[in-house]
Design a protein around this ligand. Structure first.
Ligand code: BDP
Length: 728
C-alpha cells in the first residue's frame, strides 16, 4: 500500500504528478483511510453526479499570478481529479468547453462583469453561480479578493463531495465574523496542554529551515472552513516565543500559511520585557516597558508584515499581568494595543480571570473584573470570553459578559479539544454545544440579542469581531486524536463563518465528506453525533452539575475532590452536595450570580420553577426530594440521567456496529474501539458518581437501577499519573 496520504498537500508534488497520484488514489485499494485526509478525501462521486459535474470540468479558467490564486486552482484540480478522475485544461482565457471560471474582477476579465454582484459581499465573501458566457455554460467562482476565491473553491468542492447539483447554482457567502482563529495551547517543547492528539504540529526545533509538508495540509484544512488565524503558542506562554529566533520560526509558518489566508498570532507573556528584555519591570505605565513593546511589535512586523496580533492570558492562574503592578486589565491590554496599532494588529485579551483569594463565587469573577472596563479599551482590543462563566464544562449557561459590554467587541472562546468531555476517546460532537451557546438569547437589548449577534458585532455595531477555538490538533495521524474529533474542528470552522448554521446540517456535510454520501450512513451517523453531547452531559454532569472531574488532568470522575490549594479547584465547591440536597445556590438568595444576566434572563434562572432543568443545579441548591418534570424526585432523576447516559453510548455502539461494511474497515475498527472505551468510561462515571452521592444522602437506588460495580473507596483510589494533556 502506498503511503499516499502523507503530505498530500505538498505543492512540490503538484502539476501532472500530483494529479496522477490523486487519480491513483481514487482507484480504491491504494487509499489509506487513516483519517489524514480529513474531510478533503475527494473520493469518486457516483456516475450520475459525475456526469453533471464533468460537463463543467473541461477547463479551469483562472489567473495564475499570486500564490493564493495558484493554491485555489490547485485545490480545484486536486478535487476534480479525485472526485471525477479528470484533469481539466488550465487556461487563462476562456476556451470552448464547459469551464470553472475563477477570479476577482481585477484578476480575470471573465469575472469583471460580476463586479456589481460582488459589491454586497464582504471581504473574503464569494459568489458561486452557473452562468453563460458567450456560448459557454460555466460555473463562476468570483470574489472581491483572492482568498474569497479560494473559499469559494472549497465550497464548490463541498457541493460536489456531498452530491449537490450545480444546476442553477447561486451561492453568496460572506463571513459573519472577521477573525476566525484557532488557539493552539502548544508549548515550545512540543507538548500540547490539554492536547489529546499527540504532540504539537509545529516542529520548532527544525523550523525555519525545514517546513513539514503537513503545515500546508493544516492550512488547506483551515482554509476549507474559512479559518483565517492561528495563535501558534499556549496562552500559558513562554516569553521565548517573542525572541528573535522564535520569531523567525513563526515567520516561516506565516509564510506557509499566507497563501491560504491565514494570519499568524502569538500568545504574549506579559512579563516578557523582564524575561527577554532585561528590564526590571513589566509595569504597563513604565515608559521603558512601553518602548520595549513598541520595538518588539516593529521587529515582528518586519518579519511578518500581516501578523495578526497578541493573545494574552494575564493575572489568571498564576500568569503575570498588569495587576502585579497595581494596574488594571485595561492598562495591560492598551499597552499592547498601542504597540500593535501602527501595524494594524489586534490584542485578544482573555477574560478568563479569577482571583487568587477566592472572595466570590468563581462564576461571577470575570464579569466583576471586566464589566467596569467597558469603553476603557483601545479600539484594537477584543475581549476574549469563554462560552460559559466557569470553564468549558459539558454544559454551562452562556457567559454573562455577552451583552454586558456594548462598547467593547467581545470575542467567543470555545474549546475544541475536549478537556472536560472525555478527551479524544469519547465521541462527543460539539456542534450542538456551540449552537446552544451561539443561539442563546442574552436579552441584553431586548429579545433576539443572541450571543451570535454579540460576537458578530451586529448587536452593538462593532466592525472588529472574532471567535476562537482552542484547537484539538496535534501530530497524530488523524490530526485530532480520533476520527470523530475531526468533526469538532470542522463544526467550529463552519460556525465561525456563519454562527447561524445548524449543527445538524454541518454534521451531515461532514459525514458525507468524511465517511460516505450514502444516506444509510449519513442519517444514522448524524443522529448519533447529534445525541452524543447530551449523552456525555448525562453520564458526566447531568442537570447542571459542573466541574466534578478528577483533579488536575480532569480524566474521569472526581466528585469527591476536596482540599488542596484553593476551594474553587475542588468538586465539592461546585456541587455542594450533602445529606439533604445538592447544587450551587446562585440565586438572589445565594451568590446572586443570576443578577449578572439581563433582567428577563435573570428572572428565569432565579426561579426554581422556570430555570431549565438542564441548568437546575448550576443555579439552585435543591433537596433530594425536589420534584422534577418527569415526576421523579431529584435523586431518582439524577440516577436515571447517569444511567441514560450510559445507555445512549450503547445505542451509539449499536448504530456503529450496524455500519460495518458501509464504512471502510480501517476507520470502522478504530471508532468501534474508542466507543468501547467510551462505554466503559461512561459506566465508570455513572457508578462513581452514584456511589459518591449515595454516600452523602444515604438514599436507596431507584427501583430497577443497578448498584455501582465497586464501593466508593475503589473509585476514589484510582490514580492516573500519566493521563494526557495535564497542564505543566
Ligand atoms: C483550563 C485548563 C488550563 C488552561 C486554562 C485557560 O485546564 O489548562 O490553561 O483553562 O483557559 O480549562 O487558561
Amino acid at each position: 500500500m502506498l503511503p499516499l496520504t502523507s503530505g498530500l498537500g505538498d505543492r512540490r508534488r503538484g502539476g501532472w504528478l500530483g494529479v496522477a497520484l490523486a487519480l491513483l488514489a481514487c482507484t480504491g485499494t491504494a487509499w489509506a483511510e487513516d483519517g489524514y485526509a480529513l474531510w478533503m478525501r475527494y473520493v469518486p462521486v457516483d456516475a450520475t453526479s459525475a456526469g453533471g459535474y464533468r460537463a463543467h470540468a473541461q477547463e479551469i479558467v483562472a489567473p495564475d499570478r499570486t500564490a493564493t490564486q495558484r493554491v485555489a486552482r490547485e485545490e480545484l484540480e486536486r478535487g476534480l481529479a479525485g472526485l471525477l478522475g479528470v484533469m481539466p485544461r488550465l487556461r487563462t482565457t476562456l476556451g470552448d468547453g464547459g469551464a470553472f471560471v475563477l477570479g476577482t474582477p481585477q484578476s480575470s476579465p471573465w469575472v469583471a462583469p460580476f463586479r456589481r454582484d460582488l459589491q454586497a459581499l464582504g471581504d473574503q465573501g464569494y459568489l458561486l453561480r452557473s452562468a453563460r458566457i458567450g456560448e459557454r455554460d460555466v460555473i463562476v467562482v468570483a470574489a472581491r479578493d483572492d482568498v474569497g476565491v479560494l473559499y469559494g473553491v472549497f465550497h464548490l468542492l463541498r457541493l460536489m463531495q456531498t452530491g449537490a447539483s450545480l444546476d442553477r447554482l447561486e451561492v453568496r457567502e460572506s463571513p459573519a465574523i472577521a477573525r476566525r482563529v484557532l488557539n493552539h495551547w502548544d508549548n515550545l517543547d512540543g507538548y500540547v496542554e490539554r492536547g489529546y492528539a499527540g504532540g504539537s504540529l509545529w516542529d520548532w526545533h527544525t523550523l525555519p529551515d525545514w517546513q513539514d509538508p503537513r503545515y500546508i495540509d493544516y492550512a488547506r484544512a483551515n482554509a476549507s472552513l474559512g479559518i483565517n488565524g492561528s495563535v501558534l503558542n499556549n496562552v500559558n506562554a513562554n516569553a521565548l516565543s517573542l525572541s528573535p529566533d522564535y520569531l523567525r520560526k513563526a515567520a516561516t509558518l506565516a509564510d506557509v500559511f499566507r497563501p491560504y489566508g491565514i494570519r499568524v498570532y502569538l500568545s504574549a507573556r506579559f512579563s516578557a520585557p523582564i524575561e527577554i528584555g532585561g528590564l526590571a519591570t513589566a509595569d504597563p505605565l513604565d515608559p521603558d516597558v512601553q518602548r520595549w513593546w513598541r520595538k518588539k511589535a516593529d521587529e515582528i512586523y518586519a518579519l511578518i508584515p500581516d501578523f495578526g496580533g497578541f493573545l494574552v492570558k494575564a493575572n489568571s492562574e498564576g500568569q503575570p499581568g498588569p495587576q502585579d503592578y497595581g494596574r488594571s486589565h485595561a492598562d495591560g491590554a492598551n499597552l499592547l494595543a498601542d504597540a500593535l496599532a501602527p501595524h494594524g494588529g489586534v490584542v485578544m485579551w482573555r477574560a478568563f480571570v479569577y482571583a487568587h483569594d477566592v472572595p466570590e463565587d468563581r462564576a461571577k469573577q470575570a464579569y466583576n473584573e471586566f464589566v467596569g472596563l467597558d469603553g476603557a479599551l483601545r479600539r484594537n482590543v477584543l475581549l476574549q470570553v469563554k462560552n460559559g462563566p466557569i470553564d468549558f464544562q459539558p454544559r454551562e449557561p452562556f457567559h454573562p459578559l455577552f451583552g454586558a459590554m456594548p462598547r467593547t467587541p467581545l470575542m467567543m472562546e470555545f474549546q475544541i479539544t475536549k478537556e472536560y468531555l472525555g478527551f479524544a476517546t469519547h465521541l462527543v460532537y460539539l456542534g450542538p454545544l456551540y449552537e446552544e451557546v451561539l443561539h442563546a438569547d442574552t436579552q441584553a437589548r431586548g429579545p433576539d440579542s443572541t450571543v451570535a449577534t454579540v460576537i458578530d458585532g451586529s448587536l452593538d455595531g462593532h466592525a472588529l469581531s472574532g471567535i476562537a477555538g482552542v484547537a484539538n490538533i496535534g501530530d497524530d495521524r488523524t490530526w485530532s486524536g480520533s476520527h470523530f474529533d475531526q468533526a469538532n474542528w470542522y463544526a467550529f470552522g463552519r460556525l465561525a463563518w456563519n454562527p447561524r448554521q445548524s449543527a445538524r446540517d454541518i454534521a451531515a456535510d461532514w459525514v458525507a465528506m468524511t465517511f460516505s454520501r450514502d444516506p444509510d450512513v449519513v442519517t444514522p451517523v448524524v443522529d448519533m453525533m447529534m445525541a452524543s453531547r447530551e449523552a456525555a452531559v448525562d453520564y458526566m454532569t447531568p442537570l447542571g452539575l459542573h466541574h466534578v472531574m478528577a483533579r488536575g488532568h480532569h480524566y474521569g470522575p472526581g466528585p469527591w475532590v476536596d482540599g488542596g490549594p484553593r476551594a474553587d479547584w475542588t468538586s465539592v465547591y461546585y456541587h455542594r452536595a450533602d445529606r439533604d440536597g445538592i447544587g450551587f445556590d446562585r440565586t438572589s438568595h445565594g451568590s446572586d450570580a443570576v443578577s449578572q444576566y439581563a433582567p428577563a434572563v435573570a428572572r428565569e434562572f432565579d426561579d426554581v420553577d422556570r430555570v431549565p432543568e438542564s441548568l437546575l443545579l448550576w443555579f439552585h441548591h435543591v433537596p433530594w426530594e425536589h420534584r422534577m418534570a418527569s415526576g421523579r424526585p431529584l435523586w431518582d432523576e439524577l440516577v436515571h440521567r447517569y444511567t441514560h447516559g450510559v445507555r445512549s453510548v450503547e445505542t451509539m455502539q449499536a448504530t456503529w456496529d450496524r455500519l460495518q461494511g458501509r464504512v471502510d474497515a480501517e476507520r470502522h475498527r478504530h471508532v468501534a474501539a474508542f466507543l468501547r472505551i467510551q462505554r466503559n468510561e461512561a459506566q465508570w462515571w455513572r457508578d462513581a458518581s452514584v456511589a459518591y452521592f449515595q454516600s452523602l444522602n444515604g438514599r436507596a437506588l431507584p427501583a430497577g437501577e443497578t448498584p455501582p460495580a465497586h464501593p466508593l473507596a475503589y473509585y476514589e483510589s484510582l490514580q492516573f499519573p500519566f493521563a494526557p494533556g495535564d497542564g505543566r
